[in-house]
Design a protein around this ligand. Structure first.
Ligand SMILES: *Cc1c(COP(=O)(O)O)cnc(C)c1O
Length: 495
């Protein structure tokens, strides 16, 4: 049976999975959601025998019903290969009474790789299915992490090109080096004289430029987006929760159908929404624990039922969670509103116009699956240090936020349910914060020196992703003014 997708803001808008992947966002500003969440009708004993790729097929085939078996398997095979530094793809590490699901073994050592490795392949198949003749041009603004993961995912994928804009003085030295050394004939990295908001607004303006769209079509191109609200990013993220559960069962850590808790360090609400969808599919999950840093807009939302972005934006040591508008929360709002597009559209209008919205008591009742809390900066550092001293296991600041919140949850509830914590970045990506948290002297040392020292104290190897950029030549040195972004895109496309 074909599963169709609707806009959260207008139920009359209905598309296939491949169309939703191509469009990214509905024209009314809504997000695409599946009409129903399909059941995971595979026996756990069968799942327990599957490798990551087979699990990916079992989960994704139920959502992307207009892909043939061959098409989907081909996408999966191309995505989850030697780009990952372990054949397990997403291994589990047991430490201090919880299971850390390591989602950072891909090309850019952060969890964005889990979805951005496969999105380009889903997109090219979707383009073929819908008779798109043009080359797909991905346009992205990045504050650091997404840009590199998208570049790595789309590099040399036939039928695609990718342009990434980043704030020239607004990313870390390692992040910049990761991007400007990116290889691939179809990639372009451009710095701008401006901040992340300028880059984002510039990209949005180009997307909305009808004259540009016409010129692009004439030249044989069309834009698409690799943004985290694309269902082509959401669906691949459900896979690793199913995989982790099946592995816990296969390894005798849990009984058949024993419920587990899942803790997710959260920013845009994509990763935890995937865990929620896994639960809706029938995975035995008790609580979904939403961990925030000091930008605790979600914690306040779960406490009060009011989502309020009118507050100071705080820069923390977990920058990928420094977010005040968690876009994917809209999909949960739509669901707890009883799939009511009018309620959803109204609340989102309030958010745009006033920066705040409030849900009804009836909607709040449907949030009992969730528990929210947050970690302050000093708590996050103490968690990294405490874990290292107790077990020798080194976690990054994002994962530490989750670990700290899990501690608060246990103190609040005395719940001893076995728990999986999503570990979203390698400590090598945030070496300076991690090394200073464990009490090492960092002053006067560059990030590569600190990576070597981290390797020594943790007994782990410096990941290939870091080794490669140590000596890699800079391939991109274009820097433009905000006003010249469109011209830079045209030049790259030879228009
Ligand atoms: C993007 C990111 C997050 C937040 O995930 P969301 O899906 O946006 O909630 C957490 N940790 C790391 C390292 C990330 O890159």
């Amino acid at each position: 049976m074909e599963l169709l997708y609707r806009s959260t803001r207008d139920s009359a808008v209905q598309v296939t999975a491949s169309q939703a992947i191509l469009k990214g966002l509905s024209a009314d500003g809504g997000l695409f959601v599946p009409d129903t969440i399909p059941a995971l009708d595979v026996d756990l004993d069968d799942l327990a025998k599957m490798d990551y790729q087979e699990t990916a097929y079992a989960v994704m085939s139920r959502f992307l019903t207009d892909f043939t078996e061959e098409e989907l398997k081909d996408c999966i095979r191309k995505a989850y290969d030697e780009k990952f530094d372990t054949p397990e793809i997403a291994p589990l590490a047991k430490a201090d009474g919880a299971y850390y699901l390591e989602l950072f073994h891909g090309a850019t050592i952060a969890f964005k790789d889990m979805a951005l490795s496969i999105l380009p392949h889903l997109m090219t198949v979707s383009a073929r299915k819908n008779q798109v003749k043009h080359e797909i041009v991905i346009l992205t603004a990045t504050s650091g992490d997404t840009g590199k993961a998208a570049l790595a995912g789309f590099a040399d994928v036939p039928g695609t090109r990718i342009v990434v804009f980043y704030p020239k003085n607004g990313v870390s030295p390692i992040q910049e080096k990761q991007m400007v050394t990116q290889k691939g004939a179809n990639v372009k990295v451009i710095g701008i004289h401006g901040n992340f908001d300028d880059a984002q607004s510039g990209v949005k303006a180009i997307f909305g430029d009808r004259e540009m769209e016409r010129e692009m079509a004439e030249a044989g191109f069309q834009f698409s987006s690799a943004n985290s609200i694309n269902i082509g990013r959401l669906v691949p993220q459900i896979v690793y929760y199913v995989y982790a559960y099946a592995k816990l069962y296969a390894n005798g850590e849990i009984e058949k159908n024993e419920k587990i808790n899942i803790v997710v360090p959260t920013g845009n609400f994509g990763n935890i929404l995937a865990a929620y969808y896994a639960k809706q599919m029938g995975l035995p999950v008790a609580k979904l624990i939403c961990a925030s840093n000091e930008n605790k807009v979600l914690f306040d939302f779960f406490q009060t039922g009011s989502y309020d972005r009118n507050r100071e934006f705080i820069l923390t040591s977990s920058p990928s969670m420094d977010i005040l508008i968690s876009s994917n929360l809209e999909r949960l709002i739509y669901r707890i509103a009883g799939s009511d597009d009018r309620t959803d559209a109204e609340l989102m209008k309030n958010l745009t116009e006033k920066g705040v919205y409030e849900i009804t008591p009836a909607m709040r009742e449907k949030l009992h699956d969730f528990y929210g809390n947050f970690a302050a900066e000093d708590e996050t550092a103490r968690t990294i240090r405490g874990m290292y001293e107790k077990t020798g296991y080194v976690i990054d600041p994002h994962t530490a936020v989750a670990s700290c919140v899990y501690g608060k949850y246990k103190a609040d509830t005395a719940d001893e349910t076995k728990t999986v914590i999503a570990s979203t970045a390698s400590p090598y990506k945030f070496t300076r914060s991690v090394m200073s948290a464990v009490g090492q002297e960092c002053e006067g040392k560059d990030d590569f020196q600190l990576a070597d020292e981290l390797s020594q104290i943790s007994g782990t190897e410096v990941p290939k992703a870091v080794e490669e950029i140590r000596t890699a030549p800079v391939l991109h040195d274009t820097v433009v003014e905000i006003a010249d972004m469109k011209a830079a895109v045209k030049e790259f496309l030879g228009m």
